[in-house]
Design a binder for this molecule. Sequence first.
Ligand SMILES: Nc1ncnc2c1ncn2[C@@H]1O[C@H](COP(=O)(O)OP(=O)(O)OP(=O)(O)O)[C@@H](O)[C@H]1O
Length: 262
Amino acid sequence: MIEAENVHFAYNGKEVLRGIDFEMGQEIVALVGPNGSGKTTLAKHFNGLLKPSKGRVLVDGLDTREHTVAELSRLVGYVFQNPEHMFFEETVFNEVAFGPRNLGLSEEEVEERVKWALKSVGLEGFEDRTPYSLSGGEKQRLAIACVLAMKPKYLILDEPTTGLDARAEEEVVEVIRSLHESGHGILLITHDMDLVVRLAERVVLLHGGRKLFDGPVEEFFTAFDVEKYGLERPEVVELGERLGVGFVRSIEEILAKLGGEV
Ligand SMILES: Nc1ncnc2c1ncn2[C@@H]1O[C@H](COP(=O)(O)OP(=O)(O)OP(=O)(O)O)[C@@H](O)[C@H]1O
């Protein structure tokens, strides 16, 4: 469980988190909100990169103020936006091996983890490639593999599909689904409401450093005024309503519901 209790945080005296309460387990939670609302700042509290100026954050009961980022990254993996800027090794293998080697694991264990992490994101066979030669979607999956190799229980993914074409996006979505199915809790920071409706179980909306919504994705898109916060309702949700089939997350669901009525 990741728990935030009344978290406040200020950069140079300017408060950007104003008393956030939040908790999540092994679920997929979408963290949304306009630019500058505090999403990244909040997420950075969950692996200890930032510490609250007031309130506290607990990760599986560990108070982040009492533990280092290195300790917390074994529990919470953070995949940053545009992760390709963080690659520095010459091969995909070494890129993924970097974290486990730093943990002091034997080379045999390192190899096992690298294989497993690359397989989890569908990049088997890419070991000897240079990270820079990968496509956008492959780079994103490599970044996930690097974090996964630390075997974290929770993953924070910051805009994991931005800039990807439809096919690459689909591959990343599949990786996220399968990580969730294998028991990871996933915090998805995104501006993409289509991604939210496809993947998330719960939505948390930040605005001006405050939490204004925290609930099921269905309630967010049907009972909450998302447009007021500059967010768009996904087309599939609009379509479902117009066709009178209620809340749906995909075209397949619409077809299934219509088919069921015929
Ligand atoms: N290192 C920093 N120093 C000073 N101010 C910062 C720093 N990082 C973020 N801020 C400010 O804190 C506020 C919240 O920023 P944050 O990056 O958490 O928002 P966000 O919701 O993730 O935005 P976006 O959707 O644009 O990524 C913004 O006003 C931002 O300018």
